[in-house]
Write a protein that binds this ligand. Structure first.
Ligand code: MG
Length: 246
């Protein structure tokens, strides 16, 4: 299965080799078990504004910057774009609610994935659509020895958030590697779309309630059910990459 995924990537991307030197980690739903709190906060903040949005919507929009999500709901409900004032007001309230609910819990198995990646000698970077300082600022303490702030891409670093490839392309620049020298680890459909559009081998981990097809249909190269399964399979994956990537 991994062999097929590698062959598909090389042929589809017209790459001569897959030679990972860096792993670009999404944050929410990959490093932090924070998605249930994001969804709860989005539901409450948008209902106050009489916007039409469901739990599933907020999992589908995950990874996009706040303004993108708010505009989608404005078009659906009011058939117009949100004003800058509306975007700022709603996102501020969503962030306030999120910070009251979120427990800052790491995702089960995330530290094991990071340790495996480190043992393989690969760089670890964060590429997130989030602008939540409460989570971003804690990454270095929560996962000591893995991340540095200068090598993170957040909502503040990009003009176009996911599903645009820009965040992951910026991640490549910060890692100083090419598209065929990185892996992405993502849990969100829009994040997978961004990773695939950036030409990077994208590993999806389905840590939420959406069906696997939501990630596979966006072009995920591999899929794991949780971070622990990915950690357990990491050495095997690296072995397969060395064997079949040329
Ligand atoms: Mg995510």
């Amino acid at each position: 299965m991994i062999k097929d995924a590698i062959t598909y990537y090389l042929q589809n991307r017209n790459q001569p080799v897959l030679n990972p030197k860096a792993v670009l980690f999404d944050m929410d739903g990959i490093l932090y078990d924070s998605m249930p709190y994001h969804v709860k906060a989005w539901l409450e903040a948008t209902r106050k504004e009489h916007l039409e949005g469901s739990m599933e919507d907020f999992y589908l929009f995950e990874g996009c910057v706040g303004g993108y999500t708010i505009n989608k709901l404005f078009y659906r409900t009011f058939h117009r774009e949100a004003t800058q004032e509306e975007i700022e007001r709603i996102y501020k309230e969503k962030s306030r609610l999120f910070n009251t609910y979120n427990e800052g819990r790491p995702m089960a198995g995330a530290i094991d994935v990071l340790e495996q990646v480190k043992a393989s000698g690969l760089q670890r970077l964060v590429v997130t659509g989030s602008g939540q300082h409460s989570l971003i600022d804690k990454l270095e303490r929560m996962f000591p020895g893995h991340f540095i702030r200068e090598k993170m891409v957040t909502a503040y670093d990009v003009t176009h958030g996911k599903p645009d490839p820009e965040p992951y392309l910026k991640g490549l620049v910060k890692a100083k590697v090419k598209a065929n020298e990185a892996f992405i680890i993502e849990n969100a459909p829009m994040g997978v779309r961004a990773g695939v559009a950036a030409g990077i081998f994208t590993i999806a981990v389905n840590t939420g309630p959406l069906p696997d097809s939501a990630l596979l249909d966006e072009g995920a190269n591999l899929l794991y059910p949780d971070m622990q399964s990915l950690a357990n399979d990491w050495q095997h994956l690296m072995h397969e990459v060395k064997t079949y990537s040329k």
